[in-house]
Ligand binder design. Structure first.
Ligand SMILES: *Cc1c(COP(=O)(O)O)cnc(C)c1O
Length: 413
């Protein structure tokens, strides 16, 4: 064994203080960080199983569902996406993905990996789909599954879902949505909107760290998943690898994960205990404040940020009437070096705002107000810093206009 000279061993972790006002991840609620430092217990400790059960019930409240199959997938948000798609889709099944931003492309890519026959429809970035455009594509493609992002942080758009479940039910299509960016900050009603599967992550409006993916599955989705399993001696087996029913992942095999979270607690993986505590606390805090109250807070604080950037003379990207309440994209003013200005926000003010992807790269910044950071003081601090940085780079920003407009919006709402 080599001995490291103590001078080469880094000190304990000591991150800088940041205010994370990008499109996620955001600062966690202090209580969530405290929950994560709670002592560990064994996997079959009665406390552990009781905490899993409690967390399932809390997330039924978050999702707006009575689904038994409401649980966590260990991993970041895309772990939830992979689990849902790999388990619901068999090779050759048709999947329809309406794409209105980067995460639609991700759903299509993961469906390709699940060996689905993937069909996409696209709309311009900054727009959403009408229910009739989606229905028309469903009639044409006849998919097994519709995979639709609710809120795409890449464009800030919020796809209305409330009429889509009824359309899917009428055409016998399973309805899945990725609600990672939107859940907790915008309405989501898994049961009332007829969702068969929905997944999320903690690092946006739920105010936790990334690393746990809440998921909820309708009884119909559970039937599809269960039908893929051979049951031997009461235990579901992965079955024949040459069969289309074989799920090409162990970690994301929802049939096995459901047995683990179900009453029999059949061991699958070692549940990520500290992330379970974090996810439980995110949901507990949300329900304690009240789901509608948290959504209203995101709406109020997001409207203040929007009023602030508009009053500064910044042009907002996309169809604002379909914007998520918790993120806004603004065009970088002419002549301002986007990355240098963003770095100045971070270095001089400790505030992170987001860059952009694809067609918007280098053109817009994305500013989020999510979870713990959906707060008036976080909005006002960000606007003060943004004004100072923009003026430094020569942009003609009216002095104090952003803060005044945001303050007025907060006072008026
Ligand atoms: C942010 C975001 C994700 C993030 O996925 P991770 O695996 O947690 O990085 C997924 N989907 C959507 C719609 C998002 O906005």
């Amino acid at each position: 064994m080599t001995d490291h000279a103590s001078s080469t061993i880094p000190g304990p972790i000591d991150p800088p203080r940041r205010l994370l006002m990008g499109p996620g991840p955001v600062d966690a609620y202090p209580g969530v960080l405290r929950a994560m430092s709670a002592p560990l217990v064994g996997q079959y400790d009665p406390f552990m199983t009781a905490t899993m059960t409690e967390t399932q019930e809390l997330y039924r409240g978050v999702w707006g569902t009575t689904n038994d199959a409401t649980l966590l997938i260990d991993g970041t948000s895309r772990a939830g996406i992979e689990a849902a798609i790999l388990s619901l889709i068999r090779p050759g099944d048709r999947v329809l993905v309406p794409i209105f931003g980067r995460f639609g492309h991700l759903l299509a890519e993961i469906s390709e990996r699940a060996m689905a026959e993937v069909h996409t429809i696209e709309t311009e970035w900054g727009q959403v789909f009408t229910p009739s455009a989606i229905e028309e594509a469903i009639v044409r493609v006849k998919p097994t599954l519709l995979a639709l992002v609710q809120g795409d942080t890449s464009t800030t758009m919020l796809q209305p879902l409330d009429e889509i479940g009824e359309i899917c039910a009428r055409h016998g299509v399973l309805f899945y949505s990725d609600a990672t960016a939107s859940l907790g900050g915008n309405p989501f009603e898994a049961d009332a909107w007829g969702l068969d599967a929905a997944t999320a992550g903690l690092q946006k409006c739920l105010g936790g760290p990334s690393g746990s993916a809440p998921i909820t599955l309708s009884d119909r989705a559970v039937e599809v998943i269960s039908a893929r399993k051979k049951v031997e001696a009461g235990i579901r087996e992965p079955g024949d690898p040459s069969s289309p029913d074989f799920v090409r992942s162990n970690y994301f095999d929802l049939g096995m994960i459901l047995d683990y979270w179900g009453p029999r607690r059949l061991n699958h993986h070692t549940e990520a205990t500290s992330m379970l505590y974090a996810a439980r606390e995110c949901a507990r805090l949300l329900l304690l404040e009240g789901r509608d109250a948290v959504i209203a807070r995101h709406r109020r604080v997001g409207a203040a940020m929007l009023a602030g950037v508009e009053a500064m003379g910044l042009q907002v990207f996309g169809d604002v009437s379909h914007k998520m309440s918790n993120v806004v994209a603004v065009y970088i003013p002419e002549g301002v070096p986007g990355d240098v200005a963003r770095a100045a926000m971070l270095e001089d003010f400790g505030i992170e705002i987001g860059t952009s992807f694809g067609p918007l790269h280098g053109k817009v910044w994305r500013i989020g107000t999510m979870g713990y950071n959906a707060r008036p003081d976080a909005v006002l601090q960000t606007l003060v810093a943004l004004e100072a940085v923009l003026r430094r780079f020569g942009a003609a920003v009216p002095s104090g206009a952003g803060v005044d407009a945001a303050s007025d919006a907060l006072a008026g709402s």
